[in-house]
Design a protein around this ligand. Structure first.
Ligand SMILES: [Mg+2]
Length: 429
């Protein structure tokens, strides 16, 4: 699929005296997966649509169209409940590859209007505004241009845009009006402009933090805004509270992305892979995919974890175990570790498997193992496998043990990181 070239999408900006009013434009697509489905299948437009990972009984909605949201169907609702809330709901099996393709086309379209500074998830991106773009009227013009560019990618696509002095508040603003919103938060109106929100509407304040705030008597934004930076630091138990104090007042700084601590794959098994013995090739395939990502990111793992959720039966419903080792990223050694973990798992039918690496280390942080020679050969073999897979598609060469599962465990729908498109090539056939 090639995206349309959006010529001249960047609007002409008025030449106003420069006095910065907003610093960031944040863009959040509305009902993204469902809109892409409605774009691809016009018969779904105007109808309640729920996107599910696959159409089986034990699944839940990962996205809902606005028509479905009107019935109370939202992300995380089980399929059974969705059908109760809205009997005429249209169920669509998610197509991760398609959403990633659209993501890249959307990114290109936005970049015709202004450069994207950070991609925060498959449907969220932030742009830093510079010079005249920081004038609020000019920023609004850019926001409208971005919305128009999006409709050239797909006429069903809508986004909510937030304009604010920092990225944190721009995200908050993008959440204040949906769908197709455009909300501006100006420094001179802060923090009062946030008073209609609840503390839990701010990114980083989850249910646990909300409880902690409530125990301290803080349940509204005006109460939170009355706290001192020191009091916020104390409540959070970290510098994050103090940062939030400054963000709420428009200070423009954000933290560098923290280094990754773990990396893994989780997969709901299709019925034929649920018997314990049949699930092993799927676990191997997940390890294969995660190990490829580890090497692509230039990281080493010092731990491996395996988690299994059983399909019915007596408690416990979950089992998990971990092992630790010297920094490693070659598939052969990692497979041996996984095999040992697998042998410890009760051999019951499974519904879900997760395989993850932890205690990740970057190249420089790795302490060299004493007996490197054997692993060195294995590292080179893994690197050769990666090179072939990059050149000829991701499943050209893979460990023989995962052959029965070669078509299972497709690349999952990404929320945090956007896979490169070449990871999907093998699934298109
Ligand atoms: Mg969204």
């Amino acid at each position: 699929m090639t995206g349309p070239l959006i010529a001249g999408a960047r609007p002409r900006l008025a030449s106003l005296p420069e006095s910065p009013e907003v610093g960031w434009l944040f863009l959040d697509l509305n009902a993204y997966f469902a809109s892409v489905e409605q774009q691809e299948r016009p018969e779904l437009r105007g109808r309640p649509v729920a996107v599910v990972p696959m159409i089986t009984r034990n699944t839940c909605c990962i996205a809902a169209s606005y028509e479905a949201k009107a019935f109370g169907v939202k992300t995380g609702v089980s399929l059974a409940d969705a059908r109760k809330l809205c009997p005429q709901i249209e169920l669509v099996a998610g197509q991760p590859r398609l959403y990633v393709e659209y993501h890249h086309r959307i990114l290109a379209a936005v970049e015709q209007c202004l450069p994207v500074d950070s991609v925060l998830s498959i449907d969220e991106m932030a742009c830093r505004l510079l010079g005249r773009e920081r004038q609020v009227e000019n920023a609004r013009r850019l926001a409208r241009a971005v919305k128009a560019a999006l409709r050239q990618v797909g006429e069903t696509l809508r986004c909510s845009v937030g304009l604010a002095p920092n990225r944190f508040l721009a995200k908050v603003a993008s959440d204040m009006q949906k769908p197709d919103g455009l909300t501006v938060l100006l420094a001179r109106d802060l923090p009062q402009a946030l008073f209609a929100l609840a503390p839990g509407d701010l990114p980083g304040i989850g249910p646990r933090m909300q409880q902690r705030l409530a125990r301290a008597g803080i349940t509204t934004m005006p109460q939170m805004a009355a706290l001192s930076p020191g009091a916020m630091r104390g409540l959070w138990g970290s510098v994050l509270g103090e940062r939030m104090w400054h963000w709420m007042r428009g200070a423009d700084f954000h933290d560098p992305e923290p280094p990754r601590k773990s990396l893994g794959k989780q997969h709901v098994l299709a019925p034929e892979f649920r018997p314990f013995a049949a699930a092993w090739p799927v676990a191997l395939k997940m390890l294969h995919m995660a190990a490829g990502e580890l090497r692509q990111l230039g990281l080493w793992a010092r731990g491996l974890g395996l988690g299994c959720e059983f399909l019915g039966g007596p408690p416990p419903a979950f089992w998990q175990d971990q092992c630790r080792f010297l920094p490693c990223r070659n598939e052969f050694t990692l497979q041996a570790h996984l095999r040992r973990l697998w042998a410890r798992c009760p051999p019951r039918p499974l519904i879900l498997i997760s395989v993850y690496f932890d205690r990740l280390a970057a190249e420089g942080e790795r302490t060299l193992p004493l007996f490197e020679a054997a692993d060195d050969r294995r590292d080179r073999a893994s690197a050769a496998m990666d090179a072939l897979n990059r050149k000829f598609g991701p499943q050209t060469v893979y460990p023989a043990g995962l052959y029965p599962a070669r078509d299972s465990a497709p690349v999952r729908i990404p929320f945090r990181t956007i896979p490169r498109l070449d990871r999907f090539k093998a699934q298109t056939g």
